[in-house]
Design a protein around this ligand. Structure first.
Ligand SMILES: O=C(CO)[C@H](O)[C@H](O)COP(=O)(O)O
Length: 233
């Protein structure tokens, strides 16, 4: 029953023009983006440094679309309240970057945000199994985190299928819905395969912000997904 799943396009503003972030967000949401993906890098968990809660707060008035904060930071707990208060809607973190995964997920919920775990290409999915009831999002990295513009790692497709199975089994047993998001190297020419493997939420940075016409590239992504699905029926 894969075709009743939602499709969400989440442009990563890591690839946007940082000198015009507010305008970039407005433009990409006007062009059909569903979520704004906000990459937080700390030069510790990953070798790069990007944006903190102050930038999230400054951008919040520019859109009503959910701001999807991906924490590539270690440790995570101290920064969670700051992002929640800055207007984040969704906060995800890497399980190996906190000592207490269950507690960090609860902390995100306590602050009124949706919570999720992020898995690097070589991080096993097993962490999911013990906290399914606390997950709103599972995010699979299809590149090693830290930089935009990398190539999609093909083994992610099999891992997506495994994550989809875990989520579907959970939902079939009466559990809540969990978004399955993929991040890294997502392009028009691979998005159909990524969808078929089980993703419903697609983070794309360079593919969208590197294009002159945001609407045409987002439309092309949705068309590829629809084409891929009709071939399978
Ligand atoms: O989290 C990230 C890197 O750590 C980025 O969101 C991701 O790489 C998206 O960029 P692109 O679509 O250009 O690959």
């Amino acid at each position: 029953m894969p075709f009743s799943r939602p499709t969400r396009i989440a442009p990563s503003i890591l690839a946007a023009d940082f000198a015009r972030l507010g305008e970039e967000i407005r433009n990409v949401v006007d062009a059909g983006a569903d979520w704004i993906h906000f990459d937080v890098m700390d030069n510790h968990y990953v070798p790069n440094l990007t944006m903190g809660p102050m930038i999230c707060e400054a951008l919040r008035p520019h859109t009503e679309a959910p701001i999807d904060v991906h924490l590539m930071v270690e440790p995570v707990d101290a920064i969670i309240p700051q992002f929640a208060e800055a207007g984040a809607d969704i906060i995800t973190f890497h399980p190996e970057a906190t000592r207490h995964v269950d507690r960090s997920l609860s902390l995100i919920h306590d602050y009124g945000c949706r919570a999720g775990l992020v898995f690097n290409p070589a991080t096993p999915l097993d962490y999911m199994d013990y906290v399914m009831d606390k997950l709103d999002v599972v995010l699979l990295m299809s590149v090693n985190p830290g930089f935009g513009g990398q190539k999609f790692i093909p083994g992610t497709l099999e891992k997506l299928a495994q994550a989809r199975l875990r989520i579907d089994n959970w939902v079939n047993r009466g559990g809540q819905q969990i978004a399955l998001e993929v991040d890294g190297g997502v392009k028009v020419d691979n998005i159909a395969a990524i969808r078929r493997a089980g993703a419903d939420t697609f983070v794309a940075g360079s593919a969208i912000f590197g294009h002159d016409d945001y609407r045409s590239i987002i439309d092309a992504m949705r068309e590829e997904i629809a084409k891929g699905e009709s071939l399978e029926v």
